[in-house]
Design a protein around this ligand. Structure first.
Ligand code: NAP
Length: 254
């Protein structure tokens, strides 16, 4: 019995921790390999793409996978789509683990955007000094905004092309509210851009922006592929896995 976790998130790591030692005979976490020194989960870890849907189908068959949890980031749309296709082809049960998105509260000045490009188009009307927290990929969408200054925060160095006036801050969450307040103050940030990643680790920037009266461009999530069941936390994902395997073994969740 073999469980495949498509990872790259703290929730995926937590799920691996929960399942490790429950009696699940084989557990593999898969990472895309985007981050140079990822925090590794317990159990087996494989790194790198599968080679599209066909590659994933072959991997699932070759390695006797019995259940898949897509615990990738809410914006890892391609991988989620591939997982849904591969699960349909192989008839292996698939669950999506998605932390809930953020919800605005009183005082927030949020502007929704459907993509990085839409976010870039909104910026000139909102501010001049941008705190860009959408990750190191896709900065080309902002590269034409020569009049704006960008503070780009990412785990690894951003990939060019980048905006002309860019300062890079290499950092990995979780971030503190005091730290985010200080960043906004010190860099005189007047607009923030974020994906609707959800979760507590990177939410303090939203509070700091609200307190400072700074608008936030929030990029909306892509949908989870149709027909794939979704749970919001690792505990429920672990329960789903154990229920799937329950007929064949009797592992318990610690
Ligand atoms: P993506 O656009 O959905 O996927 C692009 C390709 O990367 C996939 O087709 C697949 O290659 C490979 N891939 C993605 N996730 C993989 C995984 N867990 N294991 C093996 N291969 C994987 O993904 P992305 O947005 O570039 O994100 C890459 C990874 O970073 C994901 O694991 C995600 O959880 C994590 N992450 C993403 C974001 C974000 O904002 N997108 C933020 C934080 C963390 P093949 O087609 O060759 O299989």
């Amino acid at each position: 019995m073999h469980v495949l976790i498509l990872g790259g998130t703290s929730e995926a790591r937590r799920l691996a921790e929960l399942l490790h030692g429950t009696g699940v005979p084989r557990l593999t976490s898969s990472l895309a390999g985007r981050v140079s020194s990822p925090r590794l989960p317990p159990g087996e870890v494989r790194v790198g793409g599968f080679g599209g849907v066909d590659g994933l189908v072959a991997w699932v068959r070759d390695h006797g996978v019995d259940a898949i949890v897509d615990a990738t980031h809410p914006f890892a749309e391609t991988m989620s789509f591939h997982a849904a296709r591969a699960a349909a082809v192989t008839h292996v049960p698939l669950l999506a683990l998605r932390r809930p998105g953020w919800v605005p509260v009183r005082g927030d000045r949020w502007h929704g955007a459907g993509s990085l490009e839409e976010a870039a188009a909104l910026l000139p009307a909102l501010g001049r000094r941008v705190f860009l927290t959408t990750g190191r990929m896709g900065l080309a969408a902002f590269a034409g905004l020569d009049d704006l200054w960008f503070l780009v925060r990412s785990v690894d160095a951003p990939e060019p092309p980048c905006p002309r006036q860019t300062e890079t801050l290499l950092a990995r969450g979780p971030f503190t509210l005091d730290g985010e307040r200080e960043l906004i103050r010190r860099h005189r940030v007047d607009v923030v851009v974020t994906k609707d990643s959800g979760g507590a680790a990177t939410a303090p920037k939203l509070t700091a922006a609200r307190e400072a009266g700074v608008p936030v461009v929030v990029i909306r999530r892509p949908p989870v592929p149709e027909g794939v069941p979704v749970v919001p936390d690792p505990e429920r994902a672990a329960r789903w896995v154990l229920d799937r395997l329950g007929g064949r073994s009797s592992p318990t969740l610690g």
